[in-house]
Design a protein around this ligand. Structure first.
Ligand SMILES: Cc1ncc(COP(=O)(O)O)c(C=O)c1O
Length: 449
């Protein structure tokens, strides 16, 4: 095995047709459609294969080490092979991986989340963020006796029928600004299900109120990502979430926060930062310490629908691997290490990084900005101010993002191909310098054609 290299340019040897990555891909496409089980890893000419990672570094099959700012789509807040997680999980593995009985670790992780996050009286675990959203939607339906849900245009909430709607809409099909069309964002969803999801315009309080009031007797819940990645991490405008809460409360509509990514922004999640008083919260990613996880929590009265002993509309939920002690142990170790001071350090680093990256965009003369909050950042290839999803859609922007992604990979930095990135606890000032230098180099490459 070759010694890893940390190049600052010329890292993309994996693109050579005789690279190890190319070889694995050629075989993978014979057994796995497109060679990957994750649609978001699909890229041309083929995905980057990784052989391992330590801390904030990941090594590809060619032996090139890059700074990993993707962290498995923001899930790894401590980077790779975080020693407290490795130790806790190793000990758990020797005691068994899962049982058809309860284990104490489930309670310990539930308590930690309830103590930190205002919208949670109780929590129930599953295996992915998608499942967490699905359970929250079912809970809202069972609690209200209504069927429809509403979501914001441009927000991704996992690969579940009701929410795979209008998260990458484009004109002209997307309809009017103040009443976005309900469009399928994936194949395989019954047309009537797509139409049942009401789509709302982010940060447009009047239109959101008008649409909700028009359908008030049908809507069980509005699902809200307070800092939606797909939109470009556009925060809620001042007063927007409070107004939404007022309108929903007046009409018996529940509010579900999707904090699968945004929980990362602080000790008490995005709801701790922006308010919003959700009835239910869907979580995942960082709460599993690197293992598959989903968690649905909320106010006790609503969460009672999960209680098999409760009279009324109950939800039958299970899951062979739900709340398995390996995930619970890993999640507990990862979250315990994220105390207030550690979140504050990441927040401070994130704020300074975004400022530095925005300065790099400005000096380059190319359109672009770094958005985000806490440890999250997104490199948007668009210069204008972003207030809603439609501001983040611009002809040629996807192509610019892909070129930037490739140029950053070549400069030794991994971000997602849409520019999503995040910091992890092993990172410090040297890594901020490195990210800044990589963006400077990448933009210079792009300017050179
Ligand atoms: C905001 C949001 N909600 C839900 C999900 C679905 O989570 P998972 O991929 O764990 O199913 C994601 C995944 O990226 C997400 O970003």
């Amino acid at each position: 095995m070759s010694t890893p290299q940390r190049p600052q340019t010329g890292a993309n040897v994996f693109l050579n047709p005789d690279s190890q990555c190319a070889k694995w891909y050629r075989e993978a496409i014979q057994f796995i459609p497109a060679g990957t089980s994750k649609a978001n890893l699909y890229m041309r000419p083929h995905p980057l294969y990784v052989r391992g990672g330590t801390g904030c570094w990941a090594t590809d099959l060619e032996g090139v080490e890059r700074l990993d700012c993707v962290n498995n789509f923001t899930a790894l807040i401590h980077g790779h092979a975080f020693s407290p997680v490795v130790q806790a999980v190793t000990a758990q593995l020797t005691r068994g991986t899962n049982f058809a009985f309860s284990t104490p670790e489930e309670l310990l992780l539930a308590k930690l989340l309830v103590e930190r996050i205002a919208g949670l009286d109780m929590v129930r675990f599953g295996n992915s963020g998608t499942e967490a959203v699905m359970m929250a939607i079912k809970a809202a339906r069972a609690f209200t006796g209504r069927d429809r849900i509403a979501k914001f245009e441009g927000a991704y909430h996992g690969y579940y029928d009701d929410v795979q709607v209008s998260f990458h809409s484009t004109p002209p099909a997307w309809g009017p600004d103040d009443a976005p069309a309900s469009l399928a964002s994936s194949g395989g969803i019954p047309k009537h299900r797509v139409q049942e999801t009401l789509v709302l315009p982010w940060n447009d309080a009047d239109s959101t109120e008008r649409l909700l009031v028009r359908h008030k007797n049908e809507i069980a819940a509005v699902i809200v990502d307070p800092l939606a990645n797909r939109m470009g991490f556009i925060p809620p405008a001042p007063g927007f979430l409070a107004h939404l809460r007022e309108v929903t409360r007046a009409h018996g509509i529940l509010v579900i926060f999707d904090e699968v990514i945004s929980l990362r922004v602080g000790y008490s999640g995005a709801q701790g930062r922006y308010g919003g008083d959700p009835d239910l919260t869907a979580m995942g990613k960082i709460t599993g310490g690197g293992f598959p996880v989903g968690a649905t929590g909320g106010k006790a009265a609503v969460m009672a629908v999960f209680d098999p002993g409760t009279r009324g509309p109950r939800i039958l939920s299970g899951g062979t691997f739900s709340a398995n002690p390996v995930t619970m142990t890993a999640g507990l170790a990862a979250m315990q290490a994220m105390d207030r001071a550690t979140f504050a350090r990441l927040e401070d680093m994130g704020a300074r990084l975004r400022q530095r990256l925005n300065e790099v965009f400005r000096k380059s003369g190319q359109p672009g900005q770094a958005t985000g909050d806490g440890s999250l950042f997104r490199l948007m290839p668009i210069g204008r101010p972003l207030r809603n999803y439609r501001d983040s859609v611009e002809p040629g922007a996807d192509a610019r993002s892909s070129r930037l992604f490739m140029a950053l990979l070549d400069a030794g930095i991994m971000v997602n191909d849409n520019g999503l990135g995040c910091l992890s606890t092993p990172m410090g000032e040297a890594e901020l310098d490195r990210i800044q230098a990589a963006l400077e180099r990448a933009l210079a490459t792009l300017a050179g054609g």
